[in-house]
Write a protein that binds this ligand. Sequence first.
Ligand SMILES: [Zn+2]
Length: 259
Amino acid sequence: MAGRGAVSLRSGDRAMYTLSTLIQGFPGRSPGQGNLGWSSVTLLARGRERYVVDTGSFGARPVLLERLRALGVEPTDVTGVLLTHAHWDHMVNWTLFPRAQVVIGRRELQWAAQSRSIHLPEAYVERLCACTRLRLTEDGEEVFPGIVAHATFGHTPGHMAFEAAGAQGPILLIGDAAKNRVELLTCELSAPEDPDEAQRSVAALWRLWRQVGGGLLVPGHDAALRLVDGRPALAQDRRQEIQAWLGDTVAQVRRFPLS
Ligand SMILES: [Zn+2]
């Protein structure tokens, strides 16, 4: 893969984004329900430019819209959607943003359009292929001012990470190139489409993270991380909870904190 991490933003780049965690990813799965699909959804904002990076799954829709509105952002205000890859838990909600350009790796969409992977939402991939707002991106491309795509193939064949010039330093949004802190720490990646490419990608991300002097890194299924003494450390508390109705009345809510 050409130029992995070679093109990188430097301080002084004109676009400085503020990051808002719209939905915090969670590193877990349920033995009885399979993949939770609780993925990270992030907003990068600069003036009237608003970019949503990954979009979560169907269940995340009410929370996603509520959090955007709390920031004063209507779905029609979103100028771009950046998809790290085409798995269902990251991509399906691109349809919520009627004016946004939708960015995805060229190789990723080509693969998704012909793959029979059970992790792909076939109809949403098909609809994206026909979308007039679709924008296919390549390794090293500055997709919007101050936001660069990095090829991080392996988890899926055309997976992309995005590097943004943040107001408080570089921001790396790495999707499922490493899904969570422990994958990043150990470089043990669960079920990549191409294990060798996935290993090269996570190594390249480590080089990039160090090269840009740390900064925030948002994995696909975990809280944002910072580099502290060479190790990934939580930059925000993990805040997730399951509420369940296991008693005899609706008022009896059992809360299971997942922190
Ligand atoms: Zn994935």
